[in-house]
Design a protein around this ligand. Structure first.
Ligand code: NAD
Length: 391
């Protein structure tokens, strides 16, 4: 892009880093909220509860949110939050207390026109409900647009629960048509790493569309059946057993083996840094969909590019979540709620528009889809920064 040093320096640092220590029943947890850049509007991004959260991770995720919101054409800057905690070790009451503490620590910088959180890894609509409730108690008025990913009863949007996966499936369908011209869905093999909100909903939607899902995994390991997995049965099994381990009609497989399976499509829906320079050369997929944020390291990305493996980058492929979060916020501001059909139709329009622009720039400049996505996102941010006189 030929950006000068002033622009690079400006983009290299977050605008606001908020840190706190949350205390729940005598135990302390480090908590962060980073508002990376707000030239396009109030900042927006999820909150992650995970033992491996760090300031650096939240910083990186908040930068990606800035790019993602810009690429999708949303009127938002980017932010992210995190707490260093293993929520699986907390009781329900402790989890509620932690969520409320988070809001008590950062409420001055949150709000529908300031910074709007949402769920991320190991946070969910119930946690959003506690956070909204705490916020409204403190500010003494109703403000459902201060947070998204809420339960429907508290102003959530229809379709939000599976929107990240649905957006990724729209992108997957379009790119397969580009790669293969004509194909039958039942002949397309798909492998999915991660079986949480993003991964399991992607599995369900793709199964319903007739694709053949041959392997899925969660943090404890994976299952594989080359003839195709019965996804509805597996979703039920995971709900009942909290794990995929022990599921009968498939063989067990490690996460490492799963990533290296021969497949048409690999969907990454777990965490960062899953494909690195150590395993990139062994990847056999033709198309990779990044539903997770940052699952491929830059070194690995280069290796995949050389192997001509097409990668739908995270800031495009998983933007369905924040796009429908935006619709949720719009509905909250208008206090007027849409049908599920309208939400999904508008999601498709927005994500396909972003994809088409990415394909156009990628072809025009002869760069990867990721580089094209970054160029489009950065151009919009830089223009807005200049208009505001920040650059
Ligand atoms: P989640 O907490 O619902 O699920 C995470 C899943 O990953 C779980 O099934 C967990 O067992 C699995 N996992 C963890 N470590 C693993 C490993 N080493 N190997 C295989 N599986 C592993 O979280 P989620 O909301 O589905 O988020 C997953 C990814 O998608 C994250 O990178 C997140 O930032 C990204 N994302 C989510 C949304 C959303 O709306 N939920 C939106 C955009 C991006």
């Amino acid at each position: 892009m030929g950006l000068n040093n002033d622009i690079v320096n400006y983009l290299s640092n977050p605008k606001r880093i908020l840190e706190s220590e949350l205390e729940v029943r005598g135990k302390k947890y480090a908590a962060y909220r980073i508002q990376y850049n707000d030239v396009l509007g109030p900042t927006k991004g999820g909150i992650r509860f995970h033992p491996r959260v760090s300031l650096n991770e939240v910083k990186t995720l908040s930068f990606w949110m800035t790019l993602k919101n810009s690429l999708a054409g949303l009127p938002y800057g980017g932010a992210k939050g995190g707490v260093i905690v293993n929520p699986k070790e907390l009781s329900e009451r402790e989890l509620e207390e932690l969520s409320r503490e988070y809001v008590r620590a950062f409420y001055k910088n949150l709000g529908a026109w300031k910074d709007i959180p949402a769920p991320d890894v190991y946070t969910n609509p119930q946690i959003m409900a506690w956070m909204l409730d705490e916020y409204e108690k403190i500010v003494k008025h109703k403000e459902p647009g201060m947070i998204t990913g809420k339960p429907l009863e508290l102003g959530g949007s229809k379709g939000r629960k599976y929107s990240t996966a649905q957006g990724g499936v729209f992108v997957l369908n379009e790119l397969l048509i580009k790669l293969k011209k004509s194909f039958q869905k039942k002949d397309i093999k798909i492998v999915i790493q991660g079986f949480g909100n993003a991964g399991s909903n992607a599995a369900r939607i793709l199964y319903e569309q007739g694709y053949k899902i041959i392997a899925v995994s969660d943090s404890k390991g994976g299952i594989h059946n080359n003839e195709g997995l019965e996804i509805p049965e597996i979703i039920k099994y995971k709900e009942e057993n909290n794990s995929l381990k022990g599921y009968k009609n498939a063989e067990e497989i490690s996460n490492k083996e799963l990533l290296e399976l021969k497949t048409n499509v690999l969907i990454l829906a777990a965490l960062e840094n899953q494909i690195t320079k150590d395993n990139a050369a062994n990847i056999k997929a033709e198309l990779i969909i990044e539903l997770a944020n940052g699952p491929i390291t830059p070194e690995a990305d280069e290796i995949l590019n050389k192997k001509s493996i097409m990668v739908a980058p995270d800031i495009l492929a998983n933007s369905g979540g924040v796009i429908v979060s935006y619709f949720e916020w719009v509905q909250n501001l208008q206090a007027y709620y849409w049908t599920e059909e309208k939400v999904i139709k508008k999601l498709k329009e927005k994500i396909i528009k972003a994809l088409e622009k990415v394909l156009e720039i990628s072809e025009k400049k002869k760069v990867s889809l990721r580089t094209a996505a970054y160029i489009i996102a950065l151009e919009r941010i830089i223009k807005a920064s200049k208009l505001r006189g920040e650059l």
